[in-house]
Structure formats: C-alpha cells, structure tokens
Design a protein around this ligand. Structure first.
Ligand SMILES: [Zn+2]
Length: 98
C-alpha cells in the first residue's frame, strides 16, 4: 500500500496516530516509523468507496468520448453507482491515469 508512504523519506513503514481535525472533517494521521514525520495519507484512492479499477474504467470511458451520463449508465449496469458529477471529477482529478 504505497498510499501510506511517508512523503519525506518514502518509507512505507508507518503506524496510525489518531486523527487530525479541521472545520470540515477529521482525517486519519499516520506517523512514519523511519523518520517520525506525521502525515495524512494521500486520499486519492484511499478510503474511497470505489476501487481503482472502477475509477480507471469510468475515466477511460469518459476519455473515449462517452458523456458523463453514458458512463454513469455503463457503470450502473455493472452495479457501480456513481453520479455524473463524480465521473467528471475523476476525469479531472486522475489526469495521469492510464
Ligand atoms: Zn519518513
């Protein structure tokens, strides 16, 4: 799971260290075992309700020229429920996704 990689030293050895709060949400905080840095794991795929494969598929379809609602229908057939807006957000967010 490199989603929990330390941003300073790159170590994947880290432990949960509770939560960090802000006005809107609470975030999990991890502490690196190697350098002691506290960080919040990259939330890109982590903690999402969808698997990277599902996101990849949605973004792929969208990039191939399907409209967001067509992508939505396509995914719904496979039991994946996303909103049209989510599809658009993903395609913007995961710009490097192959
Ligand atoms: Zn570290």
């Amino acid at each position: 799971m490199d989603k929990t990689k330390c941003p300073r030293c790159g170590s994947t050895e880290s432990v949960w260290r509770g939560f960090r709060y802000n006005e809107k949400s609470k975030k999990h905080v991890r502490m690196c075992k190697s350098c002691g840095r506290k960080f919040t794991p990259d939330p890109v795929f982590w903690r999402m309700r969808f698997s990277p494969e599902e996101i990849r598929e949605a973004v792929g379809l969208y990039r191939r020229g399907f409209s967001s609602s067509e992508v939505q229908i396509n995914l719904a057939r496979k039991g994946i429920r996303v909103s049209r807006w989510t599809v658009i957000l993903w395609s913007r967010k995961f710009i490097d996704l192959k």
